[in-house]
Design a binder for this molecule. Structure first.
Ligand code: NG6
Ligand code: CA
Length: 506
């Protein structure tokens, strides 16, 4: 086996390999960005309709107690792909567009699991896990030295970080896609390049969106970003086309691999900022650009499921759909997400939002549908976590699970497929301020932390900071309003110890 996981070794169980060959379903992991628990109509949204996602839920199983490992993208994605909690690895905070690869090539990823089982694998869309071996040393005009190809993906077509971070180009197979030799690319998160405009100094160039906080550096496509870049020319993306570009590459990959098992890690840019969906969605949602971005996300899902049907492989494909973290309305651009929300509860019944230790930061939509899933419209409140993707996908592909004794990932495949209802004992989640909160089926515990009550930039979201421990009976009190820490010091002590034990790898 080529790789070792953090604490152990993963080996293919030779005896079952042949059996696995005959029953290997394709797997598509659709990861939305900042999509809130309440943003889909099948999760109760009234102001926006998401028929394609809803059809997946109607055919499959919809989870109401699913947890991302973190309340922001980079640490959440790190854990989803590696089965390792983000606090075990340095540099898992929200990554700059010129961060080095955060996952090391020696680590086993979900893509490696599939590759070992003979699948063709691809990462398409938002990456946000770093590229290259050295931060800020990438040659954007040549070939990047560490890419998803080193992490088990046969094919990649990705955005390096987020749409609001430079470089605003796609990377395909280690090189800038559609590279324009007449406009060499330079990237810096330290200083601007001589003569290049910024949103701060040249607001007249902000023809599409203006920042509400931050996001006032390089200007691309009439929108200012985080970080500085020069060049790009024809390779620069147009925000309105990002979803189409991602969907087209996803459908192409599916079509090219229709006759071999494949794993597609499909990460939409929707509904992250800057929200600038294609013009065909303009005016289609009373919630404005954020609502349109949700419609566009749903359309992407529809394009994928239509391709599967047309290729005759829908029944042999398992789709897992979830989000990297919870919702935020104003995340730094004047897109009127707050003004037009009109009662829409993007975070569902939960308190807080993206970044937060409260539940809306990390309770995510999670739908499993298709091959092998016994859902048929079932709604499950089993406690599940993204951390279990690695071990559960190893189980799906009939691989030896002895390695799971030494990782954070556990095999909960049967629960994910609706074949039993067993809960994970707990979920651990990391907020932007590194607080680790713990959920059990009934309780939510947030350790004491001194710090601001709200995210210190303009999102208006509560952090969950309190000098006192917080304990909520989440079943009775989903909004985390009545702190029971003083009534149940036994549970506070117990859960604090669990967190310490997990943090120290016990
Ligand atoms: C924050 C950005 C926010 C978003 C977030 C990462 C500012 C003021 N805010 O720092 O807009 O980009 O990082 O989001 O810069 S994530 O979903 O990719 O984690
Ligand atoms: Ca995110």
């Amino acid at each position: 086996m080529k790789k070792t996981v953090l604490f152990g070794t993963l080996t293919l169980a030779c005896g079952v390999a042949a059996q696995a060959q005959s029953s290997r379903p394709n797997v598509i992991l659709i990861l939305a960005d900042d999509l809130g628990f309440g943003d889909l109509s099948c999760y109760g949204a009234h102001q926006v309709k998401t028929p394609h996602v809803d059809s997946l839920a109607q055919a499959g199983i919809r989870f109401t107690n699913a947890h991302a490992c973190a309340a922001t993208s980079t640490p959440s994605r790190y854990s989803l792909l590696t089965g390792q909690y983000p606090f075990r690895q340095r540099g898992t905070d929200v990554a700059a567009g010129n961060a080095a690869s955060i996952i090391k090539s020696e680590q086993t990823t979900v893509a490696d699991i599939f590759k070992q089982a003979g699948y063709r694998t691809a990462a398409i869309g938002k990456w946000h896990l770093g590229l290259g071996s050295v931060t800020a040393q990438q040659d954007w005009n040549g070939t990047l030295d560490v890419t998803p190809a080193d992490l088990g993906f046969d094919y990649h077509y990705i955005m390096a970080a987020t749409a609001d971070r430079v470089p605003c180009v796609y990377i395909e197979q280690g090189r800038v896609a559609n590279y324009d030799a007449s406009a060499p690319i330079e990237v810096s998160y330290q200083q601007n390049f001589a003569g290049e405009p910024t949103g701060r100094e040249n607001p007249e160039l902000l023809t599409k969106l203006r920042p509400s906080h931050g996001h006032d550096q390089s200007v691309v496509n009439g929108i200012s970003r985080i970080g500085y870049m020069k060049g790009g020319g024809a390779a620069l993306w147009r925000d309105e086309d990002i979803a189409d570009s991602i969907a087209t590459h996803a459908v192409e990959f599916i079509a090219q691999n229709a006759s071999t098992p494949f794993f597609l890690y499909l990460c939409t840019n929707d509904v992250h900022v800057p929200r600038m969906p294609h013009e065909r969605f303009r005016g289609k949602s009373a919630m404005g650009l954020r609502g349109e971005a949700i419609l566009q996300f749903d359309e992407t899902v529809g394009k994928v499921t239509q391709a599967l049907r047309e290729l005759g492989i829908a029944d042999n494909t398992l789709i897992i759909l979830t989000s990297d973290n919870g919702s935020v309305l104003d995340d730094g651009y004047e897109d009127q997400a707050e003004e037009l929300a009109n009662g829409h509860q993007a975070g569902g019944p939960w308190r807080g939002g993206k970044y937060s230790s409260y539940e809306a930061g990390s309770v995510v939509s999670f739908i499993v549908s298709g091959a092998g899933c016994r859902g048929k419209g079932k709604v499950s409140d089993a406690l599940i976590s993204h951390i279990d993707c690695l071990a559960s996908m190893a189980a799906l592909t009939n691989q030896d699970l002895s390695f799971t004794k030494n990782t954070d990932s556990q095999n909960h495949l049967k629960t994910w497929l609706g074949k039993n209802k067993s809960n994970r004992p707990f979920a651990i989640k990391m907020a932007y301020n590194h607080t680790l909160s713990l959920r059990t089926d009934k309780w939510k515990y947030i350790p004491p932390k001194v710090g601001p009550s709200h995210v210190p930039w303009g999102t208006g979201i509560e952090t969950g900071n309190s000098p006192e421990p917080q304990l909520y009976n989440i079943k009775k009190d989903p909004a985390e309003k009545k702190n029971l820490a003083k009534e149940r010091p036994d549970l506070v002590e117990c859960y604090q110890q669990w967190i310490e034990d997990i943090r120290s790898g016990k």
